[in-house]
Design a protein around this ligand. Structure first.
Ligand code: ZN
Length: 396
């Protein structure tokens, strides 16, 4: 295994479109970008990768993954399974942010943190949010602020549920206090301190966030609402939120049922938001991987369950390019530079000298992922995983 890799003649989406360039990585970092990079005749252990028919993009940043599983809304047997390493790597995801969800009783922050460390050992980069759907927040150290300051992997809190029958029906004061704790913890630890917000289908939409900010020193940027493509009303509220300066997130995991019942496909939501002149820096997509996707009727009764997939993240970016004619640079930004910026991960999400060597090679002709590199290591080669999680079978 070479510790240095030279990508020759790749079409760089940094995600800014830099055209054809070479990229040299050494160890876990990008160390040179330019045209006609030469290694010379020094017998250096460099793997040369011909990338002339490919885009080279940053590794994808999935800002919401239930990597220890989620759900349980249909009873114990409806708890969803854990994510495995290759669920992420085959999908181009090299940075994943783990969250709890509805259940913070049988799903715990200690388990989430252990899984984050396991995935990191297996090869990708991971972070977590403390808390869950509920306020008061579950924490490890006693407060959201303490968790953010004292636990390296915790970069925010959430997803806190609003406008949802599964939420804790938080009051404005509760929302403000959580945001304030996250802000202070984030500042003191040099982290984003973001409040990830699960937005349900309730009539109050994003109003609680606007109201939480009004009359305080908090900014809409403190909140990072997701599932904004859940239906047309939530989408419209999301556009208002983004036009007021906030960042909104579209969920890529979906079901045929949801799409039939008003959900806007994430790729289409991205296209519509860009059409409305929302800057791509205010737009992200996340997979909600391994979430349960409960199918509720209008009475809130559970009809069935499916499981979210991390692979939906790039499938949606690809659909944005193919079906909605979004430029590759913008589609990739929504799953790389935009989420990395919201999450305060300055070493992730862009291709530049000194950044982490997380890279994805994408065939230009059919836009399928060819190879994936995480912290300089080849994880996927010619569409096949070459690194597996500890308990994954290699012949799948
Ligand atoms: Zn959610």
């Amino acid at each position: 295994m070479s510790l240095m890799k030279l990508f020759k003649n790749a079409h760089l989406l940094c995600p800014a479109d830099l055209g054809q360039q070479d990229v040299l990585i050494a160890g876990k970092q990008i160390i040179a970008i330019g045209q006609d990079l030469l290694i010379g005749n020094h017998n250096l252990p460099v793997e040369i990768i011909d990338a002339s028919d490919c885009y080279l993009t940053p590794g994808f940043v999935d800002s919401l993954v239930h990597f220890i599983g989620g759900g349980g809304e249909g009873g114990f047997a409806s708890r969803t399974p854990e994510m495995q390493l290759t669920d992420a790597t085959l999908a181009g995801v090299t940075t994943a942010i783990g969250v709890l969800g509805t259940d913070s009783t049988t799903r715990t922050l200690t388990n989430l943190l252990a899984k984050a460390h396991a995935l990191e050992t297996e090869g990708i980069s991971t972070y977590c949010h403390t808390g869950s759907y509920q306020i008061p927040c579950r924490t490890l150290m006693g407060s959201v602020t303490d968790d953010l300051i004292l636990i390296d992997k915790f970069i925010g809190v959430g997803e806190i549920a609003i406008s949802d029958h599964r939420s804790s029906q938080p009051t404005l004061t509760e929302l403000r206090k959580v945001a304030a704790q996250a802000r202070v913890g984030g500042m003191l630890a040099g982290k984003a301190g973001i409040v990830s917000v699960h937005v349900g289908a309730g009539a109050s939409l994003l109003d609680p966030l606007h109201q939480a900010v009004n009359g305080t020193e908090l900014s809409l940027k403190q909140f990072y609402p997701t599932h904004i493509n859940r239906n047309q009303d939530v989408f419209a509220a999301g556009i208002r939120f983004a036009k007021a300066g906030g960042v909104i997130d579209f969920t890529t995991s979906t079901t045929a049922y949801d799409l039939k019942h008003g959900e806007v496909a994430a790729a289409q939501a991205l296209a519509m938001a860009l059409e409305q002149q929302i800057p791509v820096a205010n737009l992200t997509m996340s997979s909600d991987g391994n979430a349960s996707l409960p199918l509720f009727n209008v009475q809130g009764e559970l009809l069935g369950l499916e499981v979210g997939k991390v692979s939906s993240l790039y499938q949606s970016a690809r659909s944005a390019m193919l079906d909605f004619k979004i430029s590759p640079s913008l589609a990739i930004a929504a799953i790389t530079s935009s989420p990395a910026a919201v999450l305060g991960l300055s070493h992730k999400g862009t291709l530049a000298v000194g950044k982490d060597a997380d890279l994805v090679l994408i065939h230009k002709d059919d836009l399928h992922i060819r190879s994936v590199f995480a912290k300089g290591r080849t994880m996927v080669k010619q569409q096949k995983a070459v690194v597996f999680g500890t308990f994954e079978t290699k012949d799948d």
